[in-house]
Design a binder for this molecule. Sequence first.
Ligand code: NI
Length: 177
Amino acid sequence: MKREILRMGDPRLLAVAEPVREFNTPGLLALLDDLFDTMHGANGAGLAAPQIGVGLRVVVFGYAQQNVRYPEAPLVPETVLINPVLERLDDTLEDGWEGCLSVPGLRGVVPRFARLRYTGFDAGGAAIDRAVEGFHARVVQHECDHLDGILYPMRVQDFTRFGFTEVLFPGLDPSAD
Ligand code: NI
């Protein structure tokens, strides 16, 4: 079921989410369905449980086909990631444009670690362990920030590169935001 996406200003987006303690439960599976339905309905590249008002350490991200919000971005496999732990593989930072379904209509340049290892669990509790880079690494860092109450505008350093999507990128598909 598609759920309402909380927008910046809602205090629930600023809370630190709790770890999932039981896997493969009806409640967890229903949450994952709702996250995917909501993300797909909004053409998002990712969505974190706190964005639909659920304070658990659960994110979904990825897309099998080109994403209209990020037409230039490489494909990222559709992934469920629960209780994630992120570890940078080196200190290299990369600037890149980000948006957020909780911050509609805006984009900003955010520095992120370019190379990352992430671990966590899937819906059934099986371990996930991946080393990634580029846009994939960026999406994971953005989504996992939501679990600690961090929204991407809090990480913008150069506010000359933060603004309205339709002004910054006039050619972008209007359904993108
Ligand atoms: Ni977001």
